[in-house]
Design a protein around this ligand. Structure first.
Ligand code: ARG
Ligand code: ASP
Length: 712
């Protein structure tokens, strides 16, 4: 309560001369920050935003398949999210005959909607502060092991009690502010989700990797799904008899003109931020860990990119891998640049000095907090070789050459075949790997993969301390790579498939000698023996110190605006629709228009191709009611603090209407995961009027627009 009171006082004192608002706020604490939102222009009451007694905005917002966010826009369970969030589902429904990625898809009626039984959406029914209950019984004199055990037991019991009389409901308790607080999330999953519509990639992914993380932006990054429920409107597995879900609330949509300075809020599920890193860790990330990972990915991308441009099959096979590798790679480069520009390190160091000076003011504080900064930075210095080794292992093993992780999946079959057989599990294991192989080779190019293996191994070795790699690898890696290239059965489905189809002694012998499988096992083993235990001990120690460090901030700096780092729970970020000026001599406008799509059009560059239909419609100039001053807005920027996971989140105006779908941040602002900068951090939103124009005019699916509640 003490902390909450402190935050409350703080918000009363805030003035609106600053535009952007740092932070991703917990909706159930709305009373603490509602008055500040009002000073930014919000017109809604607190309980219209979050309430457990009446329908509120939160009832229209879901987590989409555990990662992204989506929002309900009709009383028949229609939801909007990003194209890149629906990408997987769209790809799964695509074939040569029905290439929905290339051509788009629009269901004409409920019957044509495509079932996606692998998808789920999650509603948040309630967020409850359970800090006191979780910490019940914890005393200062207890050992940290004892405390952890007690907390674990308390959490298990609280979660169980909360769900005991309702099987649909899940309860999950998560630590906030590094374990200084705990909240219980009461959630409910719906599992019958159907694809309703998607624009072609030439709209939904327009700009591709070139424009990813970049403003000005012209991507129509949206797709349309629907939630289905059983006859009682309850969550149910896919069934033909299911009905469109009737939500407690759906977001009205505003097509009214917008202007710079308008209130905006992003309501969604930000994934992860690290605002409290001590200076030592931030320095390690900026100067060592991220550059090493960037270099490793650069090697892979340098091989994939030209191969994709040279060959159509490779382009299809590697499109989604390339997008995944490049997305984080590009973000990291942006983050390091942004942190340097901000002088983030010296800002951290200055704060650490301030923190220690503060701690020196009181005996209690001195005892609890004075030494924690030095301890954190010392711990980091002592352990970063393990943290780096872990990062390099992840990049090399899980992001680099695919033959390593793919062959590793065969370890059990190769070395425990007898055991599997005696347990009656052999057939199942062989069949599973056969299916996995079919999927794998569909998108695999062995020559490219060998090039990647050759290029990334030296980077793995360069950055991993010699005592943390498999013995002798520094000397013999080239032989190993050659051996894999010449002799591994995993290079080609035509050598692996027959071994699986006629599984027997011969297959076992062959796999047990396979150089790729043996190498992957060596790597995994070295990681498990030499790196993982040290890293785990480090993290354990670090968590304890970080909890104390942040606890000290909450106690000693009651005026500091402290928000809990993102942790994949429902949050609110608010601010204004506005542009920015991150570089000397230039200014980013706050919106882009359809004219910019035509300006970027380049039939020679796959990132900027357009369909004939789009060009035709553009020339025809039929923009319906979606124009503002004769312009069709495509995207706009706002100063809402967002991160990965906020993709698909609704951008909501002062009255609670949907005005766009959040999907990205500008490159200059990606460092907001570590440090927010009011003048530069901007999230990127696709304007709802462009979304509606695409559905209505391009997709000729006006029945979907009719289903929505459009406020004029
Ligand atoms: N950068 C955005 C986010 O992190 C969008 C990524 C999808 N687009 C792409 N071209 N890879 O998720
Ligand atoms: N593009 C991100 C996402 O997919 C959003 C961001 O990082 O700003 O969640």
């Amino acid at each position: 309560m003490r902390k909450l009171a402190a935050i409350f006082t703080l918000f009363l004192g805030i003035h609106t001369s600053v535009s952007a608002v740092e932070g991703m706020w917990i909706p159930s604490l709305i009373d603490m920050f509602h008055s500040d939102m009002v000073t930014y222009g919000l017109k809604l009451n607190a309980d219209e935003i979050y309430s457990t007694n009446q329908a509120s905005l939160k009832d229209a917002i879901v987590q989409f398949n555990g990662g992204c966010t989506a929002e309900i826009v009709s009383d028949q369970g229609l939801i909007l999210t990003n194209h890149h969030c629906g990408f997987d589902a769209i790809q799964k429904h695509s074939s040569l005959e029905h290439d929905y990625l290339r051509d788009g898809f629009w269901a004409k009626n409920f019957n044509e909607e495509l079932a996606c039984p692998w998808l789920r959406v999650t509603f948040v029914r309630e967020i409850r502060d359970v800090t006191e209950d979780v910490l019940a019984g914890v005393t200062e004199s207890m050992s940290s092991e004892k405390i952890n055990m007690l907390i674990k037991e308390n959490i298990a019991k609280l979660e169980e009690d909360a769900t005991s009389n309702n099987s649909h409901i899940k309860a999950k308790i998560k630590p906030f502010n590094l374990g200084n607080e705990y909240y219980m999330l009461i959630t409910e999953d719906y599992n019958d989700i159907r694809l309703v519509g998607t624009p072609p990639s030439a709209i939904g992914k327009y700009g591709g990797d070139t424009d990813n993380w970049v403003w000005p932006r012209h991507t129509g990054d949206f797709s349309v799904f629907r939630i289905y429920a059983n006859q009682n409107n309850e969550s149910a597995k896919y069934s033909e008899d299911n009905q469109p879900y009737k939500p407690a609330h759906s977001l009205p949509i505003s097509c009214k003109p917008k202007k710079s300075g308008d209130f905006t809020m992003i309501y969604g599920f930000p994934g992860h931020t690290d605002q409290h890193y001590a200076s030592g860790k931030l320095k390690f990330y900026m100067e060592t860990e991220r550059p090493a990972r960037i270099k490793m990915r650069q090697k892979t991308l340098d091989i994939i990119k030209p191969a994709m441009n040279a060959n159509q099959l490779t382009k299809i096979q590697y499109a989604s891998k390339q997008a995944r590798i490049a997305n984080a790679w590009k973000k990291w480069i942006g983050q390091i640049g942004g942190l340097k520009q901000l002088n983030a390190l010296s800002k951290k160091q200055n704060f650490e000095e301030e923190y220690m000076a503060k701690a020196a003011e009181k005996t209690d504080w001195k005892k609890n907090y004075y030494g924690v900064v030095a301890d954190l930075n010392k711990l980091q210095a002592q352990n970063e070789k393990y943290e780096l080794a872990r990062a390099m292992f992840i990049e090399y093993f899980y992001v680099g050459a695919e033959i390593i992780r793919f062959s590793n999946d065969f370890e059990e079959l190769a070395f425990s075949s007898d055991k599997l057989e005696s347990e009656g599990k052999l057939d199942e294991a062989v069949n599973k790997l056969l299916r996995r192989s079919k999927n794998f080779y569909k998108n695999y190019n062995a020559d490219l993969d060998m090039q990647i293996l050759t290029a990334t191994t030296p980077v793995y070795l360069e950055y991993t301390s010699a005592d943390l790699i498999p013995d002798g690898l520094n000397q013999n890696w080239e032989n190993i790579v050659n051996d894999i290239q010449e002799n591994s059965v995993f290079r080609d489905s035509s050598t692996l498939q027959p071994l699986l189809e006629n599984w027997g002694k011969k297959s076992i012998k062959k796999l047990q000698k396979d150089p790729a499988l043996l190498y992957s096992m060596k790597l995994m083993n070295a990681y498990r023996m030499k790196v993982a235990p040290k890293y785990a001990a480090f993290v354990n120690e670090e968590e304890k110190l970080m909890k104390r460090y942040v606890g000290g901030m909450l106690e000693m700096f009651p005026d500091k605006k402290i928000w809990a780092d993102a942790n994949s729970t429902l949050r609110i970020a608010y601010g204004k629709l506005e542009g920015s000026a991150p570089h000397d001599g230039m200014q980013y406008l706050h919106y882009t228009t359809i004219d910019g799509i035509m300006q970027k059009y380049d039939p020679e560059n796959p990132d900027f191709v357009l369909t004939d239909r789009f060009i035709e419609l553009y020339k025809k100039g039929d923009f319906g009611d979606y124009l503002q001053d004769d312009e069709l807005w495509v995207c706009f920027t706002a100063s809402n603090h967002t991160t990965g996971g906020n993709s698909g989140s609704p951008c909501i105006d002062a009255e609670g209407n949907l005005i766009g779908i959040n999907f990205d941040r500008s490159w200059e602002s990606t460092m907001s995961d570590f440090m927010f900068d009011e003048s530069r951090c901007r999230n990127i939103i696709v304007d709802i009027r462009y979304v509606l124009w695409v559905i209505d005019k391009y997709g000729e699916a006006s029945h979907l627009v009719d289903e929505m509640n459009i406020v004029k």
